[in-house]
Design a protein around this ligand. Structure first.
Ligand code: ATP
Ligand code: MG
Length: 180
């Protein structure tokens, strides 16, 4: 499965709408310090459902909204969309292309969309479960992540293997059934 496109508007340093198209092969992002390279990977974590402001290098979720610059007023909303090629049907959904969108307002309200239809965070989570793509998946290896995996408790490491093995979905269903 391939990451096809990332659209960012009002997220962190990206006040204007930007669109990044990913071709097959490796994409490298280069730029001076503070130019927004890490903000791009933050935007991917965020659209996949990240709830921790700290993981996104902020102190509260509102910090992801463009906070203004010398020549530009702050914005009231941040929106990120990620488009994944699903022609291999890795994601259990009947679309060959899947676009996930997340939007947040200063009030703190977050909205999610799957191929333009409003949905819940839970739907996004379930869709990505066992694919390695979700916010806790192994598709984003941040700085220090390898060390973390090596020094983690064995139960934490087990989660990574369970996601790779594709059984998180069944465990989650079992846990939910037991709660009822
Ligand atoms: P480095 O090479 O040092 O890792 P980088 O290219 O990864 O740099 P980022 O960390 O992505 O840079 O970007 C940091 C910039 O984003 C800072 O200038 C910071 O002011 C800006 N920034 C972060 N959050 C916001 C926000 N909410 N509104 C406006 N600008 C923001
Ligand atoms: Mg950086």
């Amino acid at each position: 499965m391939q990451l096809k496109k990332l659209e960012i508007q009002g997220f962190k340093s990206f006040a204007n709408k930007i669109e990044i198209n990913f071709e097959s092969g490796i994409t490298g992002v280069v730029g001076p310090n503070g130019s927004g390279k890490s903000n791009i990977s933050d935007s991917i974590r965020w659209v996949l459902g990240e709830q921790s402001a700290k993981t996104l290098r902020g102190s509260k979720m509102e910090d992801v909204i463009f906070s203004g610059a010398a020549d530009r007023k702050p914005l009231g909303m941040a929106e990120v969309s990620i488009t994944l090629d699903n022609s291999s049907e890795t994601l259990p959904i009947d679309y060959s292309e899947v676009r996930i969108t997340r939007r947040v307002y200063r009030s703190g309200d977050s909205e999610y969309f799957l191929n333009k239809s409003s949905c819940r965070l839970k739907d996004v989570r379930e869709l990505l479960m066992d694919t390695g793509i979700g916010k806790d998946g192994y598709s984003i290896i941040g700085q220090g992540k390898i060390d973390e995996i090596l020094s983690n408790k064995s139960e934490d490491r087990r989660q990574i293997f369970e996601e790779a093995a594709g059984i998180v979905k069944y465990k989650t269903r079992k846990d939910e059934a037991e709660k009822k």
